[in-house]
Design a protein around this ligand. Structure first.
Ligand SMILES: [Zn+2]
Length: 317
């Protein structure tokens, strides 16, 4: 039960304290890809800790096996031993119930999000086929509309859509910057990143970490696409383009160049650029790796302590 309690306390701490710490971390805006990875790592770590807590309650003995057959056989033996007593049966049923409930809830919400997004994109593609024309020089789809907007339709054969209003307002360098931003969304599969955070929030909306991640990840995804765009485009050109596009949001389920985060991104683009630095990069990578490994370490720690107590290692030949 020690591992179960440790994992539950860890999951609760990460789910409540984690978002408060990350929201205050201004380094995310300087290196949004690391910020996205941090939110993803904390989310994965919380889910893993809860699942491992359920498994460790169901089978409190650490499984150390070398083959799948041996693993399954040992699992069956442990479950039989647990169900031999009324208390053991109750704890095991509760543990397996948690695992089943959490995993099925996540799978259900992920499938529902994927279906909704696919439906919205299909409708968007059908509309675009009728309402837009392709520019043979750039490969983008041009929509005749007075409002300045640019967005992309992710998925197989991803498309970038720009309105005639945007073409009329943007200078050549600004348009190139916007297109680089949209291609960065498509190449980086940012739609999957956002959809994953949304699905977790929908699955367990009462968890502060998942609610905060679904709020912060889309903002960081936009900044990450800006960073990719400014490798080939001028920062000032992209900032001017964002001012022209204003807060025009992309259609539901799609990623745009403007939107509600545009003002914060303009401020970031016009501010002096500070490289994240190798030391901060390594520290962020170490923190992310620790978040991913800690649940497994907590699950294994009591078993390792037990084996150390009963199987002391001799360091002498
Ligand atoms: Zn965007």
């Amino acid at each position: 039960m020690i591992a179960t309690l440790l994992l539950l306390v860890y999951a609760m701490a990460v789910a409540t304290i984690g978002p408060r710490l990350l929201r205050r971390s201004h380094w995310q805006e300087r290196y949004p890809r690391a910020g996205i990875a941090a939110w993803q790592a904390l989310s994965a770590s919380t889910v893993a800790a809860v699942l491992l807590a359920g498994l460790s309650a169901a089978m409190p003995v650490m499984l150390v096996t070398t083959t799948l057959t041996e693993f399954l056989h040992t699992c069956a033996m442990l479950l039989r031993a647990q169900y031999a007593t009324p208390t053991g049966a109750l704890i095991t049923t509760a543990g397996l119930g948690v695992v089943l409930m959490v995993s099925s809830r996540i799978a259900w919400c992920a499938a529902r999000t994927a279906i909704e997004v696919a439906r919205a994109r299909r409708a968007q593609r059908l509309s675009l086929a009728v309402l837009t024309r392709e520019d043979p020089a750039t490969g983008i789809r041009i929509l005749e509309h007075a409002e300045a907007a640019a967005y992309c339709v992710p998925g197989r054969g991803g498309q970038v859509v720009v309105t005639s209003g945007a073409l009329g307002q943007l200078a050549v360098d600004e348009l190139e910057a916007v297109l680089a931003h949209e291609w960065a969304h498509l190449r980086g599969r940012h739609d999957v990143v956002v959809a994953t955070a949304t699905a977790l929030r929908d699955a367990f909306s009462f968890v502060p970490l998942f609610a905060a991640a679904a709020d912060q990840v889309p903002r960081l995804v936009e900044m990450a696409a800006d960073d990719v765009a400014t490798r080939s485009a001028n920062r000032g050109s992209l900032a001017n383009a964002l001012l022209s596009l204003g807060g025009t949001p992309a259609p539901v389920g799609l990623l745009g160049a403007g939107g509600s985060t545009a003002a914060a991104r303009v401020r970031r683009l016009v501010a002096p650029s500070h490289p994240f630095g190798m030391v901060r990069g390594l520290a962020a990578a170490a923190g992310i790796a620790a978040a991913l490994v800690l649940p497994l370490a907590l699950a294994a720690a009591p078993a390792l302590a037990f084996s150390q107590a009963y199987c002391p290692v001799s360091w002498t030949a």
